[in-house]
Write a protein that binds this ligand. Structure first.
Ligand SMILES: [Zn+2]
Length: 497
C-alpha cells in the first residue's frame, strides 16, 4: 500500500504523490514569538517532525520550512509590558523555541524564514494582488477582497454568507475601511510608536496571513507538496493563504493540506486565548520530554488528545519500557559476534508492519504497538543476558531485532540520548544559607572576534538578500548561545544569553 494522507482540502485520504518524484517540499506554520510555546503547539511540531522523518525513511528528499512570526500585535503588547522592544521579545522567544524543540528532539528545519526578513516578498505579493483587483488600499491599510476569489472557503468548507453573519456584530477599527466585513488586512498602516516599513501605501507592516504566502513562495516556490499546521489554522489562516497565493499564481498553493487535532484540557481545546494552556517548558520540569513526545504519538495525529495527569503518567511508564530496551543496546553490543559496524540488515516483516501503519495516514499508535513488541522482546533478552550471562536468541538475530528497533524508534524521533543543552553560564557552589556566593564560569565557545566575523559574513549575505545564509548564521550563533539583534539603523548588536 502506498502512503496515504488525509487531505483537508479534499476531505479524504489520498495516495501521496509529490509534484516532483522523489522530492517533498513541506511548510509548517511556526510560532508567533511572544511567549514560550504551549503543549498544543508542541503537538504540531512533534506531528510534522514525524511526518518529515517518515517521508525521509521512505526515501524522499524532504525540504522542510517553518517560519517565525516576529512582528505581530501580541509581540508589540508584550514588548510594552516588559519594557522591551519587538526585536528583543522575538529574539528571546525564538531562542526559547529552539531550546524546547531540541529537548523534544525535533529536527531542525532547512530554513526558518522570519516575517521581518520577508518584507520585500510580502510587499511584492500585495502589490500583485492589488494590480489584479484582489486587494484594495484604504487609508494606509491594504485589504484582500474575498469576493474576488471564487474559491474562497474551499479549504474550510465555509461559505461567505455564513462568515458574514458571524462577523456582522463585530465592530473594530478596520470595519469602516473594509468594503466587505469578510475582507482581511494584508498591510496595516503604522500607529504612532509602532515599528514600520516604508511602502507604496505609506509606513506600515504586514498582516499575519500574507507572511506565510510570501515565505512559502520565497523559500519553496509557487506550489508545494505539503502544508501543515494545527487544525485551528484551517480558518482563517490557511484559507487566506490559499486566497492570496492562488489568486496571484493561478496554481494550487499546496497539494496536500495536513492538520493535526487539538490537545484538550478539561474538555476544551487548549489555547492561549482560553487561558487553559500549559507551557511545554513548565511541563519538562516534571516530565521527560520523550515521555511527552510518546504521549503525543500515542494518538493518531488528527484525533483530539485529553491532557490529563493519568495519561501523562501512563506515557512516562511506557517510555520507561522503550528506554530500557534502548539502553540494553550497550550491553548487546559487547557480545561476541556482534558486528561493530551497523548493518542495514533489518527484520523486514516487522518493518513492513510498521510501514503499513504509517502509510495509513501516519497511524502512530499502531506503529508504536509494533515498536513495543520489539522493545519487550529486547528487554527480555537483556534481562536474560544480565541474569544468565547470555541472551536466548543467537547474536545475529538479536542484532537484527535491535537494529530494527533502533531504526523504527528513530523514525518516531524518540531517543534515550540526553539533549545537548547549550548553557554558557554555569552556576556553581551555591550552598543554601551558607555563603550565597554564586560563581559564574567564564563563557566558553566562540571568541568575540569570531562572533564579529560571523556577523560580518551575515551582513554580506543580507546585503545580497541571501536570507537562507543569513538565517543559517544566526541559527548557528543561536545554538552557541549568542543572540543577534538587528537594529533599525542596520547595525546588528549581539549578546551571550
Ligand atoms: Zn502560516
Amino acid at each position: 500500500m502506498p502512503l496515504t494522507l488525509y487531505n483537508t482540502l479534499t476531505r479524504r485520504k489520498e495516495p501521496f504523490e509529490p509534484i516532483k518524484p522523489g522530492k517533498v517540499r513541506m511548510y509548517v506554520c511556526g510560532i508567533t514569538a511572544y511567549n514560550y510555546f504551549h503543549v498544543g503547539n508542541a503537538r504540531v511540531f512533534v506531528v510534522f517532525d514525524v511526518v518529515r522523518r517518515y517521508l525521509k525513511w521512505c526515501g524522499y528528499d524532504v525540504r522542510y520550512v517553518q517560519n517565525f512570526t516576529d512582528i505581530d500585535d501580541k509581540i508589540l503588547k508584550r514588548a510594552l509590558a516588559e519594557n522591551s522592544t519587538m526585536e528583543q521579545i522575538a529574539e528571546k522567544y525564538i531562542a526559547a523555541y529552539f531550546e524546547d524543540a531540541d529537548r523534544l528532539n525535533i529536527l531542525r528545519a532547512d530554513a526558518y524564514p522570519r516575517a521581518t526578513h520577508a518584507i520585500d516578498g510580502i510587499q511584492r505579493l500585495i502589490h500583485e494582488l492589488e494590480q489584479q483587483q484582489y486587494a484594495y488600499a484604504a487609508d494606509g491599510d491594504v485589504y484582500y477582497a474575498v469576493r474576488q476569489f471564487a474559491d474562497y472557503g474551499k479549504l474550510s468548507g465555509r461559505k461567505l454568507e455564513e462568515m458574514q453573519a458571524g462577523a456582522s456584530g463585530r465592530v473594530d477599527e478596520e470595519a469602516d475601511k473594509k468594503k466587505d466585513p469578510a475582507d482581511f488586512a494584508l498591510w496595516k498602516a503604522a500607529k504612532p510608536g509602532e515599528p514600520f516599513w516604508e511602502s507604496r501605501w505609506g509606513k506600515g507592516r504586514p498582516g499575519w496571513h500574507i507572511e506565510c504566502s510570501a515565505m512559502v513562495r520565497d523559500e519553496l516556490g509557487e506550489s508545494i507538496d505539503i502544508h501543515g499546521g494545527g487544525m485551528d489554522l484551517t480558518f482563517p489562516h490557511h484559507e487566506n493563504e490559499i486566497a492570496q497565493s492562488e489568486a496571484v499564481t493561478g496554481k494550487p498553493l499546496a497539494k496536500y493540506w495536513l492538520h493535526n487535532g487539538f490537545i484538550n484540557m478539561d474538555g476544551e481545546k487548549m489555547s492561549k486565548s482560553l487561558g487553559n494552556f500549559r507551557l511545554t517548558r513548565d511541563l519538562f520540569a516534571n516530565y521527560d520530554p520523550m515521555a511527552f513526545r510518546l504521549f503525543v504519538l500515542q494518538a493518531q495525529y488528527r484525533k483530539p488528545i485529553d491532557f490529563t495527569a493519568d495519561a501523562l503518567d501512563a506515557a512516562v511508564s511506557s517510555w520507561k519500557t522503550l528506554k530500557e530496551a534502548l539502553q540494553f543496546g550497550t550491553q548487546f553490543a559487547a557480545l561476541p559476534g556482534w558486528q561493530s559496524a551497523a548493518t542495514d540488515n533489518l527484520d523486514q516483516t516487522v518493518v513492513d508492519r510498521f510501514n503499513e501503519a504509517m502509510d495509513d495516514d501516519i497511524n502512530t499508535p499502531i506503529a508504536l504497538s509494533v515498536v513495543f513488541e520489539l522493545a519487550k522482546a529486547l528487554s527480555r533478552e537483556g534481562n536474560q543476558l544480565v541474569h544468565q550471562g547470555k541472551p536466548d536468541l543467537p547474536v545475529e538475530q538479536l542484532q537484527r531485532q535491535w537494529q530494527t528497533f533502533a531504526s523504527l524508534i528513530n523514525v518516531l524521533g524518540l531517543t534515550a540520548a540526553e539533549p545537548q543543552v547549550s548553557s554558557d553560564v554555569v552556576i556553581m557552589g551555591v550552598l543554601a544559607g551558607l555563603t550565597g556566593v554564586v560563581t559564574i564560569a567564564e563563557p566558553e565557545g566562540l571568541s568575540d572576534a569570531a562572533i564579529e566575523a560571523l556577523i560580518q559574513q551575515r551582513q554580506e549575505a543580507r546585503q545580497s538578500k541571501n536570507w537562507a545564509e543569513s538565517d543559517r548564521i544566526r541559527n548557528e550563533l543561536q545554538s552557541q548561545g549568542i543572540t543577534l539583534i538587528d537594529q533599525k539603523d542596520g547595525v546588528t548588536r549581539w549578546h551571550r544569553n
